[in-house]
Design a protein around this ligand. Structure first.
Ligand code: ADP
Ligand code: MG
Length: 648
C-alpha cells in the first residue's frame, strides 16, 4: 500500500475496534462473515490477481479446514488417543494444525499436478477438483454426509471462551489483519517481486534466477492455507457443518469478491467481501418483498450486478476508491517525489553498509576454467587475434544446433566469450541471433551441441541455473513489469543476491537485506543514466529507455557474462554514446559481454571480436576490420546494405 492509503486504513481499523463492543449483534455477525470471506478472498487476490492463477476451487479448501477441525473436536476416541480430555480447550487448536497440514499436503499435490497446465486448463482443473472434494464431503459417512456434523465446541484459551460472535469476531478480525499485514510485507520484498512476475513475466523471472514453478506452488499452497484458516474459524462459529458452504457456487462468489474489490490489491479483498456480503443480504431481504417470494430472483439480480461492475470497473473497485481518497487528500502526486527522496536518502545512508554486504553477497571470484576437451577443438575454428589466456573463457558454445521442425535456426554454431571482451554477434534479420541467445542462456535447449558456462556443461539446464553461474541477459522484446517502478524492475535482477525467504519477508525480518538490494539497484540505475526515472512505472518510459532498464536489471545481478539483444535499438545518438561508454567501462571491469546489434557503427567502434551469422550459420568471424573486409559478409548484407558495414 502506498503512503497515502495507510492513514485512512489505520483510522478505519481503529474505528472498527473502538465501535466493536457497541455494535448491534446483527452487525457483528455480518462483520464476522465478511472477515471470514475476506480471508479466502485475500488469498485469491494473491493467487489470481497478482500471480495470475485462476482458482474456482477455494471453497473446497475452506471445507477442508472446517471438516478437519470438526472431526478432531467431535471424536472422543481421537482425543483419548492423544491423551486429551474430550472437552480439552486444545482440541480446536489441534484441529487447526491438522487442517493446515492436511490442506498444505493436498494443495501441494493438486498444485504439482495442475499448475503445469496453462491457459484455460488450470481453471477447468480447479473446477474439477472443487466439485470432487465437495461431493466427497457429502458422501463420507464419518463427516456426516449431507445431513451434516454437529456439536463442535467453541474456540477457547485457558480462561477465555470465544463462544459469542462478538468475542470470536475479535479473533477473526485480528487474524485477518495479521494476514493482510503479512501478505503486504511479502509483496513488498524480494520474494514479492518474484511473485509479481509470475503472471506475465515467467521467462524473464527465470532468467533472473527465480524458480517460478516452485513459487507458483507456494502461492497456491498459501492461498489454500488461508482458505483453510477461514474454514476453521467458520466451523467453530457455526458449530455445525454440512457441505453446502463449500460448493462450486461459493467458490465462484469468492472469486467475485477478489475481482470486484480489485484483483491486484489486498484491501480489495476486504472491500469485495463487504460489498458482496451486504449486497446478497440486501437482495435477499428486498427482492422477495418486491417480486414475491417465489423464484430466486436475487441470484439473477446478483449476476447482473456483477456483470455491470466488471464492465464498469475492470480493475476492481479498490483502485477507484484509492483514487477518490487521494483526491480528497488534495495530493497532486507527492508520493513519487517523497518516495524518491527517501530512496536516495536511504541509498546514501546505507552506502557503506551495502558496499561490504554486496562484496560478500556477490559470486566469489575464482578462475573460470574452460572446457578442456572442447578448448582443443576450438583450434579448428581458432581466431587469429591475441587475447588473454583461455582461462578467461566465460562462455563456450560448441556446435550448437537448433531446429524448429524443418527450419534450422542455428546450425553448428561455435563461439567463445572471454572475460574483458565485447563480442558482437551480427547478421541479417532471421539469421538466428536471438535463437542462439536463448540457447546459451537456458531459455531454450539446443537440439544438439554443448554450452559451457564458466567450465560447467549447461545444455538442458533451466535459465535460472545460468543466472546462478553469473549470466545476465536482456531481451530483444523488452520484458519488464510495466506497472512496477523502474527500481522494482531493476531490483528483481538482484534476486539471487538475496537470501531471505517468504516467512522472513512476511515478518519484516528482511529489511536490512532489502535495503542493500534496493540501494544497489538504485546504483545500477544511476550508472545507466536513469536516476530521474527510478520511481516511474517502467511502461511510462520510451522503448529505448526500457532497454536500458533491462541492462540495469542485468547489472543488478553482478554478472560475469552479460548478453545484450539489440540494446541500442530505439536510442538516440547521445544515448547510444552513453551506452557505448557504459559497455566499455564494464569491459574494463573484466565483464564478458556478448551483444547482438544492428547498428553497425555502434558495433564496429565497440566490439573486440565479431561473429557473423547468416541463415543460422557462422559465415565469418574476426576483428571488426577483418569482418568488414570479408567478401562473405558483404555478400550476406548485399542489396545496398554493404555500405552499412562502414563505420562512420
Ligand atoms: P534473428 O534474431 O537473427 O533475427 P531469430 O533467432 O529470431 O533471428 O530467428 C531465426 C529463425 O528461426 C527465423 O527464421 C525464425 O522465424 C525462426 N524461429 C525463431 N524462433 C522460432 C520458434 N520458436 N519456432 C519456430 N521458428 C522460430
Ligand atoms: Mg533477434
Amino acid at each position: 500500500m502506498n503512503g497515502s492509503g495507510r492513514a485512512p486504513t489505520i483510522a478505519a481499523v481503529a474505528a472498527l475496534a473502538l465501535a466493536w463492543p457497541w455494535l448491534p449483534d446483527f452487525t457483528v455477525t455480518l462483520l464476522n462473515y465478511i472477515g471470514l470471506y475476506a480471508m479466502v478472498a485475500v488469498g485469491l487476490v494473491l493467487l489470481t490477481g497478482i500471480a495470475g492463477m485462476t482458482s474456482f476451487g477455494q471453497a473446497a479448501f475452506v471445507g477442508m479446514g472446517a471438516y478437519a477441525t470438526g472431526l478432531v473436536t467431535t471424536s472422543p476416541a481421537l482425543a483419548g488417543w492423544l491423551g486429551l480430555a474430550p472437552d480439552s480447550v486444545w482440541l480446536p487448536w489441534l484441529g487447526l494444525v491438522i487442517g493446515l497440514v492436511f490442506t498444505a499436503a493436498v494443495a501441494w499435490l493438486l498444485g504439482v499436478i495442475t499448475l503445469r497446465l496453462s491457459g484455460h486448463y488450470l481453471p477447468l482443473c480447479t473446477i474439477a477438483w472443487g466439485l470432487s472434494l465437495y461431493f466427497l464431503f457429502g458422501n463420507l459417512d464419518f463427516l456426516g454426509g449431507h445431513t451434516g456434523m454437529g456439536g463442535l465446541p467453541s474456540i477457547s484459551l485457558p480462561g477465555i471462551t470465544l463462544s459469542t460472535p462478538r468475542t470470536l469476531g475479535v479473533l477473526i478480525w485480528a487474524l485477518l489483519l495479521a494476514v493482510i499485514w503479512g501478505l503486504h510485507n511479502l509483496l513488498d520484498s524480494r520474494s514479492g517481486r518474484a511473485i509479481r512476475a509470475l503472471k506475465s513475466g515467467r521467462v524473464m523471472a527465470e532468467a533472473m534466477g527465480v524458480d517460478t514453478a516452485r513459487d507458483r506452488i507456494k502461492v497456491f499452497i498459501l492461498a489454500a492455507l488461508l482458505a483453510c484458516l477461514s474454514g476453521w474459524l467458520y466451523a467453530h462459529m457455526q458449530r455445525f457443518l454440512n457441505p453446502t458452504p463449500f460448493n462450486l457456487n461459493v467458490s465462484i462468489e469468492y472469486l467475485f469478491m477478489a475481482v470486484i474489490g480489485g484483483a491486484g490489491h489486498l484491501w480489495g479483498a476486504v472491500l469485495g467481501a463487504t460489498l458482496i456480503t451486504l449486497l446478497k443480504q440486501y437482495l435477499q431481504d428486498v427482492l422477495p418483498r418486491l417480486l414475491g417470494a417465489t423464484g430466486n430472483f436475487e441470484v439473477i439480480v446478483f449476476g447482473a450486478l456483477m456483470l455491470l461492475a466488471l464492465q464498469r470497473f475492470p480493475d476492481g473497485l479498490w483502485p477507484t476508491i484509492t483514487r477518490w481518497t487521494g483526491r480528497l487528500h488534495g495530493a497532486g502526486r507527492p508520493d513519487a517525489a517523497s518516495a524518491s527522496a527517501s530512496a536516495s536518502a536511504s541509498a546514501s545512508a546505507s552506502a557503506s553498509a551495502s558496499a561490504s554486504a554486496s562484496a560478500s553477497a556477490s559470486i566469489p571470484v575464482s578462475a573460470a576454467p574452460s572446457l578442456s576437451g572442447a578448448a582443443k577443438t576450438d583450434a579448428a575454428i581458432a581466431t587469429t587475434e591475441t587475447l588473454p589466456s583461455p582461462d578467461d573463457v566465460v562462455l563456450q558454445a560448441r556446435d550448437v544446433t537448433r531446429r524448429f521442425g524443418g527450419l534450422v535456426a542455428n546450425q553448428r554454431i561455435s563461439l567463445d566469450v572471454r572475460a574483458g571482451e565485447i563480442h558482437a554477434l551480427i547478421g541479417p534479420n532471421g539469421a538466428g541471433k536471438s535463437t542462439f541467445f536463448n540457447m546459451i542462456s537456458g531459455v531454450d535447449t539446443p537440439t544438439e551441441g554443448q554450452v559451457a558456462l564458466r567450465g560447467k556443461a549447461m545444455a538442458g539446464q533451466p535459465s535460472r541455473r545460468f543466472a546462478r553461474l553469473g549470466l545476465a541477459r536482456t531481451f530483444q522484446h523488452v520484458r519488464l513489469l510495466g506497472q512496477r517502478t523502474v527500481l522494482d524492475n531493476v531490483a528483481l535482477g538482484a534476486h539471487l543476491r538475496g537470501r531471505r525467504g517468504w516467512i522472513a519477508s512476511m515478518l519484516r525480518l528482511d529489511r536490512r537485506e532489502e535495503a542493500v538490494l534496493r540501494a544497489d539497484a538504485l546504483r545500477q540505475i544511476e550508472r545507466c543514466g536513469l536516476r530521474a526515472a527510478a520511481q516511474v512505472p517502467a511502461s511510462a518510459l520510451p522503448l529505448g529507455q526500457q532497454r536500458i532498464v533491462e541492462i540495469a536489471r542485468a547489472l543488478a545481478g553482478h554478472p560475469r557474462l552479460l548478453l545484450l539483444d539489440e540494446p541500442a535499438a530505439g536510442l538516440r545518438h547521445l544515448e547510444k554514446r552513453a551506452l557505448a561508454e557504459l559497455l566499455a567501462q564494464l569491459r574494463a571491469e573484466r565483464m564478458a559481454i556478448l551483444i547482438v546489434e544492428h547498428d553497425m557503427e555502434f558495433v564496429m567502434n565497440l566490439a573486440d571480436r565479431i561473429t557473423v551469422l547468416d541463415f543460422g550459420q557462422v559465415i565469418s568471424r574476426g576483428t571488426p576490420a577483418e569482418v568488414q573486409r570479408d567478401p562473405a559478409v558483404l555478400e550476406a548484407y548485399l542489396g545496398g546494405a554493404a555500405d552499412e558495414m562502414e563505420p562512420a
